[in-house]
Design a protein around this ligand. Structure first.
Ligand code: GLN
Length: 261
């Protein structure tokens, strides 16, 4: 099934709910490699974007892209999840085929969120613990080395752009940032990018990269709204916000903040 036909299905499912048909326009959300790169609830990021796009009065279209699919045109937001090393090995060749398109979009300011395994592969490379080098697509000036240490647990990050960011990490790769990116934030609890510098995630243009699963966006709506605002401004020249219902996001944040490491 192509991304386009899945889009039709997902779009139909998005029909009910507030915000539909208010005429502000369509925002197309593409989930990269959900079959192989989607762990610890990462798919929830796409669902949060879909719902918040509706709440802001725009019409969401949710697309999926898996290896071998046609790459859909006119994508407004790209999200990609984490995956085991084995999942990264499965998608690596296809990702290289799409490197040019994804790089052009990122350089042009398209908003993107990449988590853990795809964060690593949006960087220069991931060298696994066993020494296999999985090349990345180099959108992010970062490199990742697998280690024998697994970094697992709940994380709190202080960020300059999104306030306190909450989530869950589970990775053995340790990522080092180059001068071409800035960190998403500084860990207040947990480990983040690596066990040395106290940084978590990376920021470049409108790309947000993070190790945090959970999923991330249900309890960090500020990041979701950044992606939606950026998409709307890029596509329509302006963002006309709605009134999202943050009730569950507030509860999720309270709950996540109370969790032990
Ligand atoms: N395989 C990678 C690692 O362990 C990514 C894991 C993940 O996406 N959670 O570093």
């Amino acid at each position: 099934m192509t991304g386009e036909s899945q889009a039709a299905r997902a779009g139909a499912g998005a029909g009910a709910g507030p915000g539909k048909d208010e005429g502000k326009g369509t925002i197309r959300i593409l989930q990269l490699y959900p079959r192989d790169m989607n762990i610890y609830g990462d798919w929830g990021n796409a669902l949060v974007l879909q719902r918040r796009v509706q709440w802001h009065g725009y019409t969401p279209e949710l697309l999926e892209y898996n290896p071998g699919d046609d790459f859909p045109a006119d994508v407004d937001i790209i999200v990609g999840g984490g995956g085991q090393d084995s999942g990264q090995l499965i998608i690596q060749d296809d990702l290289q085929l799409r490197a040019g398109t994804l790089t052009e979009l990122a350089e042009d300011g398209a908003p993107m969120l990449v988590i853990c395994g795809l964060y690593q592969l949006f960087g220069r490379f991931f060298k696994t613990r066993l020494g296999t080098v999985i090349p990345g697509i180099g959108i992010l000036d970062v490199e990742t080395h697998g280690t024998d240490e697994r970094l697992i647990g709940n994380v709190k990050v202080s960020t300059p752009e999104f306030g306190e960011v909450l989530g869950y990490e589970n990775h053995s790769g340790q990522t080092t940032l180059g001068s071409g990116v800035r960190p998403l934030g500084t860990v207040a609890r947990g480990t983040g990018n690596n066990s040395k510098d106290g940084n978590e995630g990376a920021r470049y243009k409108n790309v947000v990269a993070s190790y945090l699963h959970g999923s991330l966006l249900p309890k960090n709506p500020a990041i979701a709204d950044f992606l939606i605002r950026t998409a709307a401004e890029r596509k329509f020249g302006t963002f006309d916000p709605g009134a999202p219902d943050d009730h569950y996001a507030v509860l999720a944040r309270e709950h996540a903040a109370r969790r032990p490491r």
